[in-house]
Design a protein around this ligand. Structure first.
Ligand code: AMP
Length: 583
């Protein structure tokens, strides 16, 4: 398939902000995509080159793309950079410069989806000496044969900033409309932006099947391929041990009563450990560990790997757990910050494991000896856990829990949890399935901390005076219904002037600089990868920010390195907190 066909779709998606229309555009396109290209197309629609669970990275920053544009057009890198500062978007710069260069010739596209995809994927394999030049070569080869519009989207894909506003929900629905639309008689009316579905029940069945296949694989590519073959193929898609799935998320409650109302009685109450989530995959003697961002951290936690190998009595299993650091001297749990440095560690791993060991607290099982447990009730999953985890203190244990309907008992258990250095409790619904990636209220967290939000940094501003070297003010965003990022204000307090005092402007600048997508004047747009915990005094309605709200007196509390974009505070939670403060 021609890359140009995809580019036309990108442009169409860019030209509307209506979700249904976007879904319609994608679904009409998917009907035309040949089967051999469909998996690739699904990834590229998300602006990805690898599925979500694959941790390979392109290793391409704006500077490198500037050099590649320069090499493809013969225009000096400084000039490209100047244009970038003016236009604020490197995609548009690439488009314009290529247009200027090729003015005399006709734009005939010769790029196939396959060629673009394979050149871009190759970037991830290049490392070390000479790799920068090779990368520039691969990119400029593409840009040289690209039409201006193609160059724009190749550039945006490189920077992982597609600006077409397509979320997972739209992709899922587009697959349903494309491949099962005829069965349930879907009609989309463009003028009225309205959708008619003759058989709703049947439609929901297909949506459920696509969602389920996606939950199991975390990759719309094979899901769309299967859907094209039919419902049967879709229903065959299963979890595979070794490929991480998204973890189930929790809603927040303020007391035992509210918790029980949410999850029903009796409920399971468990300690809420202050560590970080580990999804452990065991296949025979092969163990892999993933964070909730689906990053592979097997190497970083050898003691957890050996505990799982030795103490889990199963040939195959996928477990959900919290790894908690503890003090070797006192045996007491330590707060998350004390082990957070281990997550990204590449050297001195054994020493770190011995100085800052973790205990694995297992609380759920998703797969066991050939069978997916996603649809089994929590109660049953817990039974299996009790059978297969052979507990060993300070290595691997079951999360401490009670089953109860009694508020008082929960409050007492809560106090006990806090005394032992935990964050509070999790309350869980006994008859609920496991829902990957969803915050459906099958488990709720009960902690009495003051309210803070976990927000994504989407922009930043260079400081003034003695702060000119630093990105010192940050534009922060929460998540809308379809995962889109909505700004809720700017924060510039809470960070330190000196590195020794804690999270500093300097450190934050180092983290954000490689993520700059575009700059205009003092303002930079930042690729949304960094999550920070932000405290505030009050929430106000505000027309200035896209969420419609602004935080008053916000302050940065800490980096949340272990959190992913799918877990940031949602607009619904902001609204809830806003409503709550009026009471
Ligand atoms: P939060 O990060 O505040 O949204 O709280 C949810 C997180 O608590 C989960 O993602 C886990 O990492 C962590 N957690 C600690 N103990 C448990 C437990 N017993 N069950 C489930 N999650 C837990």
């Amino acid at each position: 398939m021609e890359y140009n066909a995809l580019v036309e779709v990108y442009e169409a998606l860019d030209s509307t902000s209506k979700r249904l229309e976007k879904t319609h555009i994608i679904s009409e396109f998917l009907k035309k995509v040949p089967k051999e290209d469909i998996a690739t197309i699904m990834l590229l629609l998300e602006g990805r080159l690898f599925p979500r669970w694959d941790s390979r990275e392109l290793g391409v920053a704006s500077r490198l793309v500037i050099k590649a544009i320069s090499s493809a057009t013969g225009i000096e890198a400084e000039k490209v950079e100047k244009e970038w500062k003016k236009a604020g978007d490197l995609g548009n710069v690439a488009e314009n410069l290529i247009k200027g260069k090729k003015q005399a010739t006709l734009f005939s596209s010769s790029l196939s989806v396959r060629k673009v995809f394979s050149n871009l994927q190759k970037l991830a394999t290049l490392e070390g000496h000479g790799s920068v030049d090779k990368k520039i070569g691969l990119i400029s080869e593409l840009l040289t044969s690209a039409t201006p519009k193609e160059a724009k989207y190749i550039t945006r894909t490189l920077l992982q900033d597609m600006r077409i506003g397509v979320g997972e929900g739209s992709l899922r629905d587009a697959i349903v409309w494309a491949f099962f639309g005829d069965k349930v008689k879907i009609a989309y009316n463009v003028e009225e932006n309205d959708i008619q579905i003759e058989d709703r029940e049947e439609y929901n069945k297909y949506v459920g099947a696509v969602q389920k296949a996606y939950d199991a694989t975390n990759d719309f590519g094979p899901v769309a391929e299967a859907a094209k073959s039919g419902l049967k193929a879709l229903e065959k898609m299963e979890l595979s041990v070794g490929i991480p799935i998204k973890v189930m998320l929790a809603l927040k409650v303020d007391n035992a009563k509210e918790g029980l109302e949410r999850v029903g009685k009796p409920a399971e109450a468990e300690y809420k450990y202050d560590g970080f989530r580990i999804q452990a995959h065991k296949k025979g003697n092969d163990v892999k560990l993933f964070t909730r961002k689906l990053e592979d951290v097997t190497m970083q936690f050898p003691e957890a790997v050996s505990a799982i190998k030795k103490n889990i009595k199963a040939k195959e299993a996928i477990l959900d757990s919290e790894a908690v650091g503890y003090s070797k001297a006192s045996g007491k749990y330590l707060p998350f910050q004390s082990i957070s440095q281990r997550i990204k560690r590449k050297y001195d791993i054994e020493k770190m494991a011995s100085d800052f060991p973790v205990e694995v607290n297992v609380f759920d099982i998703i797969y066991y000896d050939g069978k997916s447990f996603l649809d089994e009730p929590f109660e049953e999953r817990k039974k299996v856990l009790k059978k297969i985890v052979s507990e060993e203190k300070k290595r691997i244990v079951l999360a401490k829990s009670i089953t109860t309907s009694d508020e008082k008992e929960i409050e007492n258990f809560y106090n006990e949890a806090i005394e032992k250095g935990n964050e509070g409790l999790m309350l869980k619904k006994l008859d609920a399935p496991y829902r990957p990636g969803a915050r459906v209220g099958y488990m709720v967290k009960y902690k009495k901390y003051r309210e803070t939000f976990d927000l994504a940094v989407v922009g930043a501003e260079w400081g003034e005076g003695k702060r000119t070297k630093w990105l010192s003010s940050y534009i922060i965003a929460c998540a809308g219904e379809d995962g889109e990022l909505l700004e809720v204000g700017r924060v510039s307090t809470g960070l330190k002037e000196k590195d020794e005092e804690g999270l500093s402007f300097n450190e934050m600048t180092k983290i954000l600089k490689p993520l700059v997508i575009s700059e205009k004047g003092k303002e930079a747009r930042i690729k949304p990868k960094i999550i920070i915990e932000v405290g505030y005094e009050e929430i106000q309605k505000s027309p200035t920010y896209s969420s419609g709200y602004a935080l008053r007196f916000p302050r940065v509390i800490c980096l949340r390195e272990e959190k992913s974009l799918s877990e940031i505070t949602t607009l619904e939670q902001v609204e809830e907190a806003y409503g709550g403060q009026k009471k």
